[in-house]
Design a protein around this ligand. Structure first.
Ligand SMILES: Cc1cc2nc3c(=O)[nH]c(=O)nc-3n(C[C@H](O)[C@H](O)[C@H](O)COP(=O)(O)O)c2cc1C
Ligand code: SF4
Length: 438
């Protein structure tokens, strides 16, 4: 294990994670002692439009994967339309490898609750929902407890802190489907329907929950808001890069000495993150990695110095996504890893559109053939052709994301595929697993 140098340790910028190690950090008493709800008091004295402008000025971009500017999204909510407005927090966190929202809600749930109240006030919503994935029982318990504590202290409910602003906040547990992280499928699920994406336009900003104006934001996005209110836009922009401002929680997993969450300014490199995480495990050399979960194209050891912000990662041919940085070594097989991800996408495909439903079904079968030593050279063309028919032709981002590791692993690691096809690598799957396809 390597020890990070002081200049690399200085890359850590704990903002959203700063309370995580405090004893009982999830309790309202601890939160209040550590500046908690001070931003809310300040925000309630401001005009809602000024808060939207502040978030615009900060350059905050969504932490759910796409990096959409948050203030702009809030500004799309029509005002004075006589309709109820809703804030919906996307706490589904289903992207493989991603582990930033659940620890945040477990360790510091009040930062999310405070962010919800400020954001709701800004967009003039009197009802907000946090949609949390069903399996996250512990985080949901902590969150519900935090919501109850906030009600008891007058931070939620009627006439919050005497401001005249009312807000009801509901924590809703989903049933555990990756597609319910897609914002329109989430809204359908919240309304009690089967979670499947909706056709856009119309967008949630005008026709969201119950066909009313709705903002859907990620946990990390909303939890950033109290810090921006207290610290100001200039302070927030002092971290990160010109177009990707602020700190970001990078969740590191895989063949590294110390997996976990590392909060750094956007633009940190994998080389620096690896040093912070104690380096690779002994005997392992970096072979490939995902910058933002399994829906983002793989990068390799050539990309150690790519700035991990929205533009930097895009420039290297991938996507920053959820900053779920999964590290694989020369002892891991990119063909097998891609197959396992495809099994996931095939299983999680909601079935609404043909390219994703059928394409993933067939690609899984081609991978099984290759990995059981029965693949052919034509299979590689079939995979690329299938990806061509999924990418950009699917109804939602799940289909597009499924193709990322296929095309990128073929781009960088074609030899690993050929080694199975030409018999140099021993089959990883048995004939039984090949036939046992469902
Ligand atoms: C298949 C799929 C799954 C998604 N899962 C999540 C998720 O778990 N959490 C999340 O915040 N966004 C997820 N998203 C992105 C959301 O649709 C949406 O862009 C995001 O919640 C917007 O919040 P933000 O602007 O704060 O990033 C997913 C998108 C797709 C296509
Ligand atoms: S891309 Fe996949 S998950 Fe998305 S609508 Fe089509 S079938 Fe459903």
């Amino acid at each position: 294990m390597t020890t990070p140098r002081p200049e690399t340790l200085a890359k850590l910028t704990p903002v959203l994670t700063k309370r995580w190690l405090s004893p009982d950090a999830w309790r309202i008493g601890t939160y209040e002692k550590l500046d908690g709800y001070a931003a809310l008091r300040k925000a309630l004295k401001a005009h809602p439009d000024d808060l939207i402008q502040l978030v615009k000025d900060s350059g905050l971009r969504g932490r759910g994967g796409a990096g959409f500017p948050t203030g702009l999204k809030w500004g799309f909510i029509p005002q004075g339309d006589g309709k109820p407005h809703y804030l919906v927090v996307n706490a589904d966190e289903g992207e493989p490898g991603t582990c930033k929202d659940l620890p945040l809600m477990t360790h510091d749930p009040h930062s999310l609750v405070e962010g919800v109240i400020i954001a709701s006030y800004a967009i003039r919503a009197n009802r907000a929902y946090i949609y949390i994935r069903g399996e996250a029982v512990h985080a949901a318990r902590r969150l519900r407890n935090a919501v109850n504590e906030a009600y008891a202290k007058g931070y939620l409910g009627r006439n919050i802190l005497g401001s005249g602003f009312d807000l009801e906040l509901v924590v809703h547990s989903g049933a555990g489907a990756y597609i319910c992280g897609e914002e329109t499928a989430l809204l359908d699920s919240l309304e009690g329907f089967r979670g499947q994406p909706r056709l856009r336009p119309p967008f949630p900003a005008t026709h969201g929950l119950y066909a009313s104006p709705t903002v859907v934001n990620n946990v990390g996005t909303i939890a950033s808001v109290p810090y921006i209110v207290l610290g100001g836009a200039a302070w927030w922009k002092s971290m990160g890069t010109e177009k990707s401002s602020g700190p970001m929680i990078y969740s590191l997993s895989g063949r590294i000495a110390n997996p976990g969450q590392y909060e750094c300014s956007l633009g940190v490199t994998l080389r620096e993150l690896l040093e912070l995480a104690g380096g690779m495990q002994p005997g392992h050399n970096l072979k490939f990695w995902t910058p933002g979960g399994s829906s983002t194209p793989l990068l390799t050891a050539e990309h150690l110095d790519v700035p991990m912000d929205f533009e930097g990662v895009a420039g290297a041919g991938s996507i920053l996504g959820t900053t779920a940085t999964q590290i694989f070594s020369d002892q891991d097989c990119p063909v097998y890893a891609t197959y396992r991800w495809l099994e996931f996408y095939h299983h999680e495909s909601c079935g609404k559109c043909t390219p994703c439903r059928e394409g993933n079904y067939w690609m899984v079968r081609v991978y099984r053939r290759i990995l059981s030593g029965q693949g052919t050279h034509d299979d590689l063309d079939t995979l690329l052709d299938t990806c061509d028919n999924i990418l950009g032709r699917s109804f939602c981002g799940l289909g597009d994301g499924a193709t990322s590791s296929v095309t990128s692993s073929l781009k960088y690691f074609k030899q690993d595929y050929l080694d199975y096809i030409e018999g140099r690598t021993a089959p990883k799957l048995s004939d039984k697993q090949l036939v046992g396809a469902h």
